[in-house]
Design a protein around this ligand. Structure first.
Ligand SMILES: O=c1ccn([C@@H]2O[C@H](COP(=O)(O)OP(=O)(O)O[C@H]3OC[C@@H](O)[C@H](O)[C@H]3O)[C@@H](O)[C@H]2O)c(=O)[nH]1
Length: 294
């Protein structure tokens, strides 16, 4: 992909994205950036569409839930309309949240999930579920080439420092010497995937022959308390860990089965949490202007 000389058009409304992350490409002859919101139709000519649009952090997607569902429903319809008009292949980044608060553990792609249809997370969970349905209906009805990835909690350099997801929160808190806020009960689990592994998985999925859905996530499973302890040990042994209230419908456990990704894409994650955290720390320290004390 890197040396394929593709032309890349990035479309962003900057609700959670930042131009700063793209500035290294400004002026490149095969790069183009459009300020656009996918809830409006987009008329361009492309061969492939990576449909990644939607805030992914719970605090951002719950901030304007109606907009979140519009992005997932109208935005996905617009991107599928574009794919249909120009005959492009389209990849949707769906989510492990389609499994809701899972009653099956770990989760494989055949599990239909346990999702609250009327809760505060539903705009995202149900939104992504409808987006998956739309993808398959366009595939069956119009023969569109589709790819669906179910992404598990992903982290890495260049993430918004105030994104609100747990890894970025803990790292920023540890660097600023603020207490790490473990939301109750602290025994809930997540599996954290490093960004470069995720990108590799998405490209393999786009270039391969399988429609998915395919889980792309790191099967290493940690409680939030364990994550906090790892961040404390690696980044700031002095920092305090405190317990704070949680928000409704927080899934109690989450871990991907990745045998399909291994078999179909030849993909498996290469970066373990304890390798990924220091890389993200380095990037956050640079951006916050707080060097490590030796
Ligand atoms: O400061 C914090 C933030 C979060 N948490 C906890 O950390 C856990 C993970 O929460 P996050 O906000 O990082 O996000 P979640 O894992 O719930 O969902 C995420 O993962 C799947 C992705 O597809 C979604 O984009 C995203 O919603 C939750 O149990 C939450 O209660 C803390 O303990 N402290």
């Amino acid at each position: 992909m890197q040396n394929e000389k593709n032309e890349v058009v990035v479309v962003d409304n900057y609700f959670t994205g930042s131009k700063d992350n793209l500035k290294q490409w400004f002026g490149h002859p095969r790069f183009e950036l459009i300020r656009h919101d996918v809830t409006e139709p987009l008329l361009i000519e492309v061969d492939q569409i990576y449909h990644l649009a939607c805030p992914a952090s719970p605090i951002f997607y719950k901030h304007n839930p109606v907009k979140t569902i519009k992005t997932n429903v109208i935005g996905t319809l617009n991107m599928l309309g574009l794919a249909k008009r120009v005959g492009a292949r389209i990849l949707l980044t769906s989510t492990s949240e389609v499994y809701g608060d899972p009653l099956v553990h770990p989760q494989d792609e055949s599990y239909w999930g346990n999702v609250n249809p009327i809760g505060v997370r539903s705009c995202y969970d149900e939104g992504k579920r409808v987006a998956e349905t739309l993808m398959f209906d366009y595939h069956r009805q119009h023969g569109i080439e589709i790819r669906i990835a179910r992404i598990f909690n992903t982290y890495g350099p260049r993430m918004n420092i105030d994104d609100g997801r747990v890894v970025s929160n803990f790292i920023a808190q540890a660097i600023r010497n603020e207490p790490l806020t473990v939301q109750a009960p602290g025994t809930q689990t997540r599996s954290f995937c490093y960004v470069s592994d995720m990108v590799d998985g998405l490209i393999r999925l786009m270039e391969g022959n399988n429609t998915g859905p395919i889980n792309i996530g790191n099967p290493g499973e940690f409680t939030m308390l364990e994550l906090a302890e790892n961040v404390k040990e690696l980044i700031n042994p002095e920092v305090k860990i405190i317990h704070v209230e949680n928000t409704p419908d927080d899934p109690r456990q989450r871990k991907p089965v990745i045998s399909k990704a291994k078999e179909v894409l030849g993909w498996e994650p290469t970066i373990k949490l304890r390798e990924g955290l220091p890389r993200m720390e380095e990037d956050f320290r640079k951006r916050l202007g707080i060097p490590r004390k030796e």
